[in-house]
Design a protein around this ligand. Structure first.
Ligand SMILES: CC(C)(COP(=O)(O)OP(=O)(O)OC[C@H]1O[C@@H](n2cnc3c(N)ncnc32)[C@H](O)[C@@H]1OP(=O)(O)O)[C@@H](O)C(=O)NCCC(=O)NCCS
Length: 117
């Protein structure tokens, strides 16, 4: 199950469960997040916000270690990119998995102007 939450949700605020903090540090709050849940269990999220000129800024992606490698992070991103249709995306990658994920998305969405740092 995927659902989008706003700036009042603990994930967007940056109040992250311990299992997330083990592998991802997120310093600033975000405006939105799309969550993947299995019942009440959080299995993944993609945090983001909108900037000027049709820019979407990524603010952190995480998938539960047990669920990785099955396309979940890609599905979370795709869900947002297909509905928000940003002209530009800004994303900072902090891991090999993050770099793999973003290069796959860059190939899949060639019309978006990507800034990857
Ligand atoms: C990075 C992360 C979100 C990927 O989640 P995932 O659900 O396993 O990713 P997906 O299965 O959707 O993979 C999407 C693409 O990324 C690639 N990818 C995923 N993990 C990768 C890895 N460790 N190394 C290289 N490529 C990787 C996949 O090959 C896939 O590309 P493809 O569509 O061409 O096959 C997950 O490993 C994670 O939560 N890591 C810890 C937190 C983190 O580092 N977040 C990213 C910060 S930039």
């Amino acid at each position: 199950m995927m659902r989008t939450v706003g700036a009042d949700h603990p994930i967007t605020l940056g109040n992250l469960p311990a299992k997330v903090r083990k592998c991802l540090t997120l310093e600033c709050p975000a405006h939105y997040a799309v969550l993947a849940e299995d019942g009440r269990r959080l299995v993944g999220f993609f945090r983001y916000e909108y900037g000027p000129n049709g820019t979407l800024r990524a603010r952190g992606t995480w998938v539960d270690p047990k669920e990785r490698g099955r396309g979940l992070a890609g599905a979370l991103w795709r869900h947002v990119l297909k509905s928000a249709k940003p002209r530009r995306v800004w994303v900072k990658t902090v891991s090999e998995g993050g770099r793999g994920l973003v290069s796959a998305l860059v190939r899949e969405f060639p019309r978006i102007k990507w800034t990857v740092v």
